[in-house]
Design a protein around this ligand. Structure first.
Ligand code: AMP
Length: 589
């Protein structure tokens, strides 16, 4: 599947068409320096047009957009609709630097590729599993609830991706490992992933908390902003800009935010760059120790992102003297590690190290492409399942040769009135009178061909009218059912049993059964869009035979109650495999 992944930032835009199964880049376009044209839409527009031109020859299956903040609402990638867009917009306050531009990209792309399904993948989604104790700041409860103040965490696409790669590399199950993943790029965060779930992460309500980053301060005393305001008169916007854009490595080193440059200057003896590197790696070590404590141990520590993947010095400083944790670095392996597209995981711990130290190439674009492909496949599964035509069965009877002889005379042959949808079945011209303790029903249609057992199928209302208490049964199961008298032109028959209220059922072929993932005698739920209201029929019996044609049969009572007619159709929902408790058929709205 070809997925176009778009990451729209305020001054950069990265896009790639990825073959989701292999990770192959079919086309790529990116820029780090979008000229500011006043608003996000105007800034992104020329680049989006260029992108459309570039991918015009490729059949796109889906478009995945990276969205930084998914709030509490989004716990995974989501198909974009106007309603989803509105929800993302409502989160603008939580991520004013990111969500508005992500959204401008989404809107432009939905206009430019209206026929392709669009999806949003969120940096916060992986962290929805954070337990409350990690989510919660020690601020007044009501204030936090009112304003959505809590820790959300970011870089989730990367943390989840590298955790998956680590598990594969370690030949372990993702769900049996405790991992600490350090994403060190322009933005930096650490996550504790316990048995597949993010349970602690260093970024909080915004991507400002935690580690030292390129231009972001990470953790500071929360008293500092108020102190700065009092001392210097800086307002909130200025303090925000200070902490987000003028701090971190750039603020400490005075030499910009590029770690390569800072490493060079430290080697040359520049004390500010040396201190920047020390503060950066010290904070990282602190988090690693803390997260090992939180999980009660760790199986692997992962380094990723531009710095984590490429800087052996940063890895060395963060991972040395972790022997107490069971992590023993192999300095030679660390020094020589070079990640490539083919060698995307490198272990740099000693062979006896209980905890693995891993450098892993992250691939957030591929993570997004895979999420989109997964959702598309799911939608396909739903969309390609056939709808189930519904037929309403009026009361009728199936007779044996012996009974027909008594009612219509020896050797009587039924006349075909109408072929029924199930192959070989027909409604006959002939009818019988069904007599119960209370009343009689005239002209009950005989269905052919003849069978080995007499069976009278009536509705609940008919039962009541006749004065019978017939059970809901599948066709052919007539033991312990009430009998009745049948009257025909040549005579009458007293049946000892045979009256049932037919269990609503779906006829299908073995091929249909395979597509629906059901077996003979399973029960399923079927959703029907009736003209007045949608409803679900629960407890619908599956009957499989190569001689059947796909069709659901309900009786007149059920059809009337649901206001549906023969010719309507339903969609299969839940399945309960045969052997589970069967209740009396009831209609569930
Ligand atoms: P990212 O946000 O993942 O693209 O990472 C960007 C960061 O990675 C920048 O701070 C770069 O300076 C840093 N980086 C890239 N290559 C290296 C390298 N060889 N050594 C140290 N840092 C690097």
């Amino acid at each position: 599947m070809h997925i176009l992944v778009i990451n729209a930032g305020s001054s950069s835009l990265k896009a790639a068409v990825i073959e989701a199964a292999t990770g192959e880049r079919v086309a790529e376009l990116s820029t780090d320096r979008l000229p500011d044209r006043g608003d996000h839409r105007a800034t992104l527009h020329p680049f989006m047009l260029e992108l459309r031109e570039k991918v015009s020859g490729i059949a796109l299956h889906g478009i995945g957009h990276r969205v930084v903040h998914g709030g509490a609402e989004f716990t995974g990638a989501t198909r974009l609709t106007d309603a989803v867009e509105a929800k993302i917009e409502a989160l603008n306050d939580l991520a004013p630097l990111h969500n508005p531009v992500n959204l401008a990209g989404i809107r432009l792309a939905r206009e430019l590729w209206p026929e392709v399904p669009h999806f949003a993948a969120f940096d916060t989604a992986f962290h929805h599993s954070l337990p409350r104790r990690s989510q919660t700041y020690a601020l007044p409860r009501d204030l936090m609830r009112e304003h959505g103040i809590r820790r959300y965490g970011f870089h989730g696409l990367s943390h989840q991706y590298v955790a998956g790669r680590a598990a594969t590399f370690m030949r372990g199950d993702y769900r049996s490992l405790r991992l600490i993943s350090c994403h060190l790029g322009n933005g930096c965060s650490v996550t504790a992933i316990e048995f597949g779930r993010s349970i602690e992460t260093s970024m909080g309500m915004t991507p400002l908390e935690g580690l030292v980053m390129g231009t972001r301060s990470g953790d500071i005393d929360p008293g500092i902003p108020a102190y700065l305001h009092r001392k210097t008169g800086m307002d909130t916007a200025e303090i925000d800009a200070l902490l987000n854009r003028q701090s971190g490595l750039a603020g400490l080193s005075g030499a910009g935010n590029d770690m390569r440059h800072i490493l060079e200057r430290s080697t040359e003896g520049d004390p500010d760059s040396q201190l920047a590197l020390q503060v950066f790696t010290h904070r990282l070590r602190k988090y690693i120790g803390a997260y090992a404590a939180v999980m009660g141990g760790v199986d692997a520590i992962i380094f990723t992102g531009g710095i984590g993947e490429n800087s052996s010095i940063v890895r060395h400083r963060a991972a040395q003297r972790l022997d107490y944790l069971g992590a023993v670095i192999d300095e030679d392996l660390n020094h020589s590690a070079r990640l490539t597209a083919t060698e995307d995981v490198i272990e740099f711990s000693r062979s006896h190290s209980r905890v693995k130290l891993l450098a892993i190439r992250t691939d957030e674009q591929l993570a997004i492409a895979r999420d989109c492909a997964k959702l598309l496949r799911k939608e396909d599964e739903v969309n390609t399942l056939p709808t189930i035509p519904i037929a309403i069965s009026a009361r009728h009877c199936h007779l044996t040769r012996e009974t027909l002889d008594k009612l219509y005379g020896p050797g009587y042959a039924l006349t075909v009135k109408k072929q029924l949808s199930q192959p070989g079945q027909f409604a006959a011209e002939e009818t019988v009178t069904v007599v119960g303790p209370r009343n009689r029903l005239e002209r009950v249609r005989i269905l052919g061909p003849l069978r080995s057992v007499d069976q009278i199928e009536i509705s609940r209302t008919d039962e009541f009218f006749l004065g019978l208490d017939a059970p809901v049964r599948e066709s052919g199961k007539v033991d312990n059912t009430p009998g009745c008298q049948l009257i025909g032109p040549a005579g009458s028959v007293d049946l000892e049993d045979g009256v049932i209220c037919a269990w609503r059922h779906i006829h299908m072929t073995p091929t249909d059964a395979e597509r629906f993932g059901v077996r003979d005698r399973d029960t399923v739920d079927v959703a029907v869009d009736g003209p007045e209201r949608g409803l679900t029929f629960g407890n619908v019996l599956i009957r499989v035979s190569p001689d059947y044609k796909l069709e659901m049969h309900i009786d007149t009572n059920e059809g009337n109650a649901a206001k549906i007619d023969s010719g309507d159709s339903g969609v299969l929902r839940g399945t309960h495999h045969a052997g589970t408790l069967r209740r009396r058929a009831t209609m569930v709205t």
